[in-house]
Ligand binder design. Structure first.
Ligand code: SF4
Length: 191
């Protein structure tokens, strides 16, 4: 059809662009906040930073109503199956933000019980750096997700790694530093 014949109040576009525009303008986050980063996440949604400006203020505590997982804080190995379960229950298409040093790398908690990066067990789209990240940084992360949605719309076929069972970490744990030559004691008695 000749576009010259269209009246002025008609807009032509592609279906994919409209769907992506709707998706990126109505992200519903699933907050998985386990530690201090969660407070910054709450601040991002509060009036000063007003996440509603980006259409992402509707935090949902039911994974079936969410499409953006925000992992904010450290995750211990016992908690990882729960996180994976929630991720699996979220609707497709879905995206994941790893917020803060702890979620992305374990942060200062280089311990056997702390996951040294949630991306070892679930796909992560955007890493938000900081300890803790400021709300502006998280907003930039959400805008990065919006740019991903704009480009793809859907996760690329085969682009997502399958979930691993969180029975043990896939990294080699670093041995904890020990004082050399100092005998171990408990209650003043050698062990
Ligand atoms: S990255 Fe820093 S602020 Fe965030 S959970 Fe870890 S220690 Fe707390």
């Amino acid at each position: 059809m000749d576009t010259q014949q269209l009246p002025d109040n008609v807009l032509t576009t592609q279906l994919k662009k409209v769907v992506n525009w709707a998706r990126r303008s109505s992200l519903w986050p699933m907050p998985f906040a386990t530690a201090c980063c969660g407070i910054e996440l709450m601040a991002t949604a509060a009036s000063r930073y007003d996440l509603a400006r980006f259409g992402a203020e509707a935090m949902r505590f039911s994974p079936r109503q969410s499409d953006l997982m925000i992992v904010a804080g450290r995750v211990c190995i016992k908690m990882m199956p729960v996180l994976q379960h929630i991720y699996q229950q979220m609707t497709e298409p879905k995206w994941v933000i790893s917020m803060g040093a702890c979620a992305s790398t374990g942060g200062v908690f280089d311990a056997y019980a702390t996951i040294q990066g949630v991306d070892q067990f679930m796909p992560v789209d955007v890493y938000v750096p900081g300890c803790p990240p400021r709300p502006e940084t998280l907003i930039e992360g959400i805008m990065a997700i919006q740019r991903i949605v704009d480009q793809d719309g859907l996760p690329p076929k085969g682009g997502r790694r399958p979930l691993k069972l969180a029975v043990e970490p896939s990294y080699k744990p670093t041995p904890q530093p020990m004082a050399v030559g100092v005998p171990l004691t408990a209650g003043g008695r050698p062990v």
